[in-house]
Write a protein that binds this ligand. Structure first.
Ligand code: IVH
Length: 713
């Protein structure tokens, strides 16, 4: 078994020699990712993928204990997730939002009505810090645990990292209650954020943080506390969790007690007794905001009396005794120097504003999103600022805004500063990457490149789709291999997969000599490819990656047309050359007449074949592959007619693949567990669904169990 194929084999079927090789590969991969994560702060794989590698390593060691080595204990002995979980005895809740003065008036009225208090209620007002919340647990005056908020009920244990933060005392003074849980915000000041980003930029690698909040979160959630220690994090205490005794009876008194114990508290916190005072505080803080030196995104008001807080209690996940009065996003004025068009993995053309760099609330901004073509024209759209027909032109002076971690956007254009020679922006109708037509569907704001099969911006994603489990399902051609082949220039379109072997024979550097390949793996790969020279028509159509043509629609077309040529020719005839109208001709009527196919899908198909680049790539593919009539649906599978639920982390397939696979085998896939569920497939991290499966007597298996059951190993 070649090593690149080994990674696909379930641990319990690995032979001893294979396990040894796979163990070695995993150790190396984990070590490399650790290095990137720790030292370069630039992980190249997701946390979930990293965890999957670790889990697999640990599973191999469980079966083959003799493989445990210095390498593996250094990477494999730790728990399978990056941070251990810490349950919050008192949940960490969120706050309800108030967006204008009236919402604040309503908040106080509601509290008064609820408490049946006629007179004034006193409440605190303090800045809402834009960082991440942290819960510090002290036992006997010593810091024992620091945990992030997590989902509010369970956070991540970041104790070692929190100990490196100067603002967080290791010990509280004598006389503090036995158990003290102090909660507050961990944040990064503007100066420190800028210095950190400058340092990271100088170190190369193109990685910087988008804003101070991300920088704080990224720095606190480090596996190596030395890195956290080198990041200047700060802390403000403003709340608490479990307390064995209360040092005060008011919100203000509690925070003052924290301050007397040596914790930083916010100097702006004040006591108010009327709405007018609260609003005056809010507006004053808004004015001072940019000069505070750290990001805040509003004001938090809290009923001061803890007795009243108790009576008020909670509604769902936020207290009735507190509200967050949000600030509008911060704005600044700058000049638009240019517009770049980026082509995404799905072919969407996204315009990006290139701005004269400007500081917005302490953060330098030089790019802003322009969303889409209509947005540039001033037409607006879902949830976007509308400029009532005022378009954006290169050279314009514009107002930009930055809100939290949202990408900055342009909210208005200062027309009186528009240069006389500024011209309306012409959105490209050709893809800037591959030159194919870029089209907009009716009712869609996004313009997309139609050169799906040949556009290099989309190539890796499209080829990955092409070879995926429900499409061509080519063993040994996973995401990594597709990426590598693309980088080596060996596969740029689907047909290349099938000419690989022939071209390889004439290559100076043969595949078998390349990284990750040996003679056997190259041979096996060519065999796997050749096996797919004949493929079910529905899979073939699905593999093309035509927009809106998923598995179901691919089957509809396959069933209707029977041959791929008929499919293509009808699509071509629906948009004949010349001025003839698309809609209304026979071919179009035939397409939209197919059960389940509407105009949007039909048009996507027509657009696909209308693009000459696609027609050529399609023709080249047909020289290599022979599609067969529709695949019959399976009725004899062990899960046919059963209702299946997938939960937790799946390692060997995506959730989408799992669903498609189950459906292909005649099962119904549900989103939640009930009495009607026959089978729960649970990966690591499964939560409440496991519980309801137990309650409902539903059979539970893991992912490997699923593959064994359906015989797809
Ligand atoms: S009080 C039960 N006070 O805002 C409510 N939260 O939207 C406890 N935050 O998760 C929170 N500054 O991370 C409170 N002065 C402040 C705050 C603050 C920032 C954050 C905190 C919380 C979120 C809720």
């Amino acid at each position: 078994m070649p090593s690149d194929l080994l990674r696909e084999i379930p641990v319990d079927t690995l032979k001893a020699d294979e396990a040894a090789r796979e163990h070695e590969r995993l150790s190396a991969e984990i070590a490399e990712n650790d290095l990137r994560y720790h030292q370069e702060d630039a992980p190249v794989i997701s946390d979930a993928d990293y965890d999957a590698l670790r889990r697999r390593l640990v599973a191999i060691e469980a079966r083959f204990p003799e493989l445990r080595s210095a390498v593996s204990t250094s990477v494999g002995a730790a728990p399978s997730v990056k941070f251990a979980k810490v349950p919050h005895v008192v949940p960490m809740l969120s706050l309800d939002n108030a967006f204008d003065d009236q919402d604040v008036v309503d908040f106080i009225d509601r509290a008064r009505r609820f408490l049946k208090i006629e007179g004034a209620i006193s409440f605190t007002a303090e800045p809402k810090i834009d960082g991440l919340s942290l819960s510090l647990r002290y036992e006997g005056g010593r810091l024992v645990t620091a945990a992030t908020r997590g989902d509010g009920f369970e956070g991540e244990n970041v104790t070692v990292n929190a100990r490196t933060i100067g603002d967080i005392p290791e010990k509280l003074p004598a006389g503090v209650p036995e158990i003290v849980e102090i909660r507050g915000e961990c944040y990064m000041a503007h100066v420190d954020f800028q210095a950190l980003n400058a340092r990271m930029a100088a170190a190369g690698g193109g990685k910087t943080f988008a804003n101070p909040r991300n920088a704080a979160a990224g720095s606190l959630r480090q596996l190596d506390p030395k890195i956290t220690a080198s990041r200047p994090l700060r802390f403000f205490a403003y709340a608490w969790g479990e307390m064995s005794a209360m040092p005060a009876e008011t919100q203000m008194g509690m925070v003052e007690a924290f301050a007397s114990w040596g914790l930083p508290t916010n100097p702006r916190m004040t006591l108010c007794s009327t709405v007018e005072e609260a609003l005056a505080f809010y507006h004053a803080l808004e004015t001072d905001r940019a000069g505070l030196g750290y990001d805040i995104d509003g004001v938090v008001y809290k009923v001061n009396s803890l007795a009243l807080q108790n009576r008020l209690g909670f509604v769902s996940r936020s207290p009735r005794w507190a509200v967050a009065h949000k600030f509008a996003a911060e704005q600044a004025v700058t000049v638009l120097n240019g517009i770049d068009i980026q082509v995404g993995r799905t072919g969407a053309l996204t315009p990006v504003a290139k701005l004269e760099p400007i500081t917005v609330g302490g953060v330098v901004v030089s790019n802003a999103t322009l969303h889409n073509e209509d947005y540039i024209r001033g037409i607006g759209g879902d949830g976007l600022p509308i400029r009532d027909g005022v378009d954006i032109r290169v050279g314009d002076t514009v107002v930009i805004q930055r809100a939290g971690d949202v990408i900055p956007q342009i909210v208005s254009v200062l027309l009186d500063r528009r240069p006389a020679d500024a011209v309306p922006y012409e959105f490209p109708t050709l893809c800037p990457v591959c030159g194919s037509h870029a089209v907009r569907e009716e009712g869609e704001a996004v313009r997309r490149c139609t050169g799906g099969l040949i556009c290099s911006a989309q190539a890796v994603e499209r080829i990955r789709h092409f070879v995926s489990r429900n499409a061509f399902d080519i063993e040994g051609l996973g995401e990594k291999q597709v990426q590598a082949f693309h980088e080596w220039g060996l596969i740029t379109e689907p047909a290349d997969i099938f000419t690989l072997e022939a071209r390889d024979a004439g290559q100076l550097q043969r595949l078998k000599n390349r990284d990750g390949f040996g003679e056997t793996s190259a041979r096996n790969l060519f065999a796997a490819i050749n096996e797919r020279r004949s493929i079910a028509l529905n899979r073939f159509i699905y593999a093309l990656g035509i927009r809106h043509v998923g598995e179901t629609n691919a089957k509809r077309f396959a069933r209707h047309f029977g041959t791929v040529e008929a499919f293509r020719d009808t699509a071509l005839a629906a948009r004949p050359p010349g001025p003839e109208l698309l809609k209304g001709n026979d071919a179009w009527v035939e397409l939209v007449g197919i059960e389940g196919i509407g105009a949007v899908v039909a048009e996507a198909v027509v657009d696909f074949f209308d693009e000459p680049h696609n027609r050529d790539a399609f023709a080249r593919l047909l020289e290599q592959v022979t599609p067969q009539p529709l695949e019959a649906a399976k009725t004899d599978s062990p899960v046919a007619g059963k209702t299946v639920v997938f939960t937790g982390t799946l390692v060997r397939m995506t959730r989408e693949e799992a669903k498609a696979m189950a459906e292909r085998l005649g099962a119904k896939v549900a989103g939640s567990v009930s009495k009607k569920t026959d089978l729960l497939v649970a990966g690591p991290g499964a939560g409440s669904k496991l519980k309801s499966a137990a309650e409902n007597g539903v059979e539970v298996i893991d992912e490997d169990g699923w593959f064994t059951l359906v015989g797809a190993e």
